[in-house]
Design a binder for this molecule. Structure first.
Ligand SMILES: Cc1cc2nc3c(=O)[nH]c(=O)nc-3n(C[C@H](O)[C@H](O)[C@H](O)COP(=O)(O)OP(=O)(O)OC[C@H]3O[C@@H](n4cnc5c(N)ncnc54)[C@H](O)[C@@H]3O)c2cc1C
Length: 380
């Protein structure tokens, strides 16, 4: 049997292929190049570089591949990909390394925010360097125990400066700009901050089991001075309270599927190479486990597909809850199937996906919070 004879492409992969009727679009070609970069370079990089160090080389390659501009309009030099396209980008990067998907995904969400809410001057000044990846943005939104933007503790004080602390900021240490969400009077505003200027303190790297390489740190604003017209997204007092209460979690679903596919491939490779000459009992157990993995991945893919199209049957929240939880089981079962090689040595990427997968049900919106909303709506 050929090595990959039974490997069916996922829906996400199919989306990178040329449409039957015509040539591949520039977006298809760009996505294929990113897919090749993940296949050929990311694993090789991780095999020879410490996982906790910032991957300058990979970030430079992503810049060259136009990944940072995917969500930006063509008039600012971007690829103008709609949300399903950028979810496919998240999927591809997650197949290689969740940390890269986190870095690029955060930046792309901020590109969309700037495009949607920025003034004409801000869009002109910010979006072109964002699209080129010359200005990579991070976001300082979340505060623990604050369920609603109107209750944020980070505030613009009467002196016009920004004060407050954000607990977890992805890429805090290497971002060129950090968008901080804060209360200013009765409005929730997004302040564009320059982490190199006084009034922004980046804390030490937060210890964690996974999502390494791209920094994760607290950011404290200690009286950051800014221009309320130029540096507040949408201009002085532009209120984002309602905009911040609507969210799309499809990129996290795509990221779960990306890890699932990578883990599945690793398990399949290992089993094919290592199972010759095993006892019938071992082969039977492996078949069952492989069947379980295959079914789990297929259901995850179906769940993903159910969030797309004109009449999705699942919300992105429901799909995120399911797929991030299914991934935990899939990656545990794959590790079991590979034995020692699933934990150390042979299939080292599997261990990394396992550690990274632990964060997925938490980030964005935690699964329990989503389930509680889903239950609320069902009861209503
Ligand atoms: C790797 C990583 C990267 C991150 N990157 C960023 C970033 O770049 N920018 C940023 O702003 N933030 C970031 N975060 C923060 C992230 O968004 C929050 O950790 C996440 O939203 C969960 O919030 P919390 O930690 O305050 O958990 P809590 O709100 O304290 O929730 C903990 C648990 O309490 C329960 N719970 C809380 N509220 C409810 C509710 N309403 N209904 C039901 N149950 C509830 C649930 O069981 C929940 O899982 C990151 C976090 C991680 C781990």
């Amino acid at each position: 049997m050929a090595e990959n004879a039974d490997r069916r492409p996922t829906e996400l992969e199919e989306g990178t292929q040329a449409p039957r009727s015509g040539r591949p679009t520039p977006a298809d070609e760009q996505l294929s190049a990113i897919r090749a970069f993940v296949d050929e370079e990311v694993g090789a990089y991780l095999a020879t570089h410490a996982e906790h160090l910032y991957p300058d080389r990979l970030v430079a390659r992503l810049r060259g591949l136009g990944a940072f501009g995917a969500a930006v309009s063509e008039s600012y030099g971007g690829g103008n990909w709609p949300a399903p396209g950028t979810a496919r980008l998240s999927y591809e990067l997650a197949r290689g390394w969740q940390s890269l998907a986190g870095l690029v995904g955060t930046h792309l969400k901020l590109c969309r925010l700037v495009e949607r809410h920025g003034t004409a001057e801000q869009r002109t000044a910010w979006l072109a360097p964002m699209a080129r990846g010359e200005q990579v943005f991070a976001r300082a939104y979340h505060e623990q125990g604050v369920p609603h933007p109107a209750q944020l503790r980070t505030r613009v004080h009467a002196d016009g400066r920004l004060y407050g602390r954000k607990g977890w900021v992805t890429n805090a240490r290497h971002a060129d700009r950090i968008v901080a969400i804060a209360r200013a009077g009765d409005a929730t505003v997004a302040v564009l901050t320059d982490p190199g200027r006084p009034g922004v303190e980046i804390g030490p790297e937060l210890p964690r089991p996974g999502m390494l390489g791209i920094s994760l740190a607290e950011v404290t604003f200690t009286g950051y001075e800014f221009d309320p017209d130029e540096d507040v997204l949408g201009g002085r007092g532009h209120d984002l309270t309602e905009a911040l209460r609507t969210y799309d979690l499809t990129s996290y679903v795509a990221r779960a599927l990306g890890s699932a596919d990578a883990v599945y491939e690793a398990a399949l490779r290992h089993v094919r190479a290592a199972m010759g000459g095993r006892s019938p009992q071992a082969r039977g157990a492996v078949n069952l486990r492989m069947g379980e993995l295959t079914t789990c991945r297929a259901v995850m893919r179906t769940v993903w597909q159910s969030t797309t199209g004109t009449r999705p049957s699942l919300t992105s929240g429901e799909a995120k809850v399911f797929c991030t939880s299914a991934l935990q089981e899939l990656v545990r079962n794959a590790a079991l199937l590979c034995g020692g090689a699933g934990y150390a040595g042979g299939e080292a990427a599997l261990g990394r996906h396992y550690r990274d997968a632990l964060a997925l049900p938490i980030i964005g919106v935690p699964s329990d919070t989503l389930l509680s909303h889903i239950g609320d709506e069902a009861l209503a």
